[in-house]
Write a protein that binds this ligand. Structure first.
Ligand SMILES: [Zn+2]
Length: 133
């Protein structure tokens, strides 16, 4: 099915894209949330394993012209999840007219494809800020 020349890296990439299909929503953010002017997500990703700790921090200024996808990748490259999906958080904030929310999420994936019994230890700490029109 994948052909002879598919490398492991490509295969992983493809699998990640397939998992991400479950988050697919091709509508534009500005069409779904016409009263939102700005969405800013500050994140701190963490993954710890026997090979060491990985951390990544940053700020994501969401482009409102892009598709409805609010997914941050888990730092564990072998992880079986499709990433951290913040879409429900943003829907909830919009419903309650919240301008700021901070919380943490634990990855729902497996640590590695060959360790199905071990949960991924990836975490995300985030702050979402929304500006309404
Ligand atoms: Zn993970």
């Amino acid at each position: 099915m994948y052909g002879k020349h598919m490398t492991r890296a490509k295969l992983e990439k493809l699998k990640q894209e397939q998992r991400r299909m479950r988050y697919l929503d091709t509508r534009k953010i500005c069409d779904v949330f016409p009263n939102i002017e700005k969405i800013e997500i500050t994140y701190h990703l963490h993954h710890g394993s026997v090979f060491g700790n990985q951390d990544k921090e940053g700020t994501w200024n969401v482009n409102l012209q892009s598709q409805m996808c609010f997914v941050l990748d888990c730092l564990n490259r072998e992880c079986s999840s499709a990433g951290f999906d913040l879409k429900n958080e943003i829907y909830d904030m919009r419903r309650d007219n919240l301008t700021e929310k901070s919380d943490e999420m634990h990855c729902d994936g497996q640590e590695a494809p060959d360790h199905p019994e071990q949960r991924c230890s990836g975490t995300l700490h985030y702050t979402i800020k929304i500006t309404y029109r």
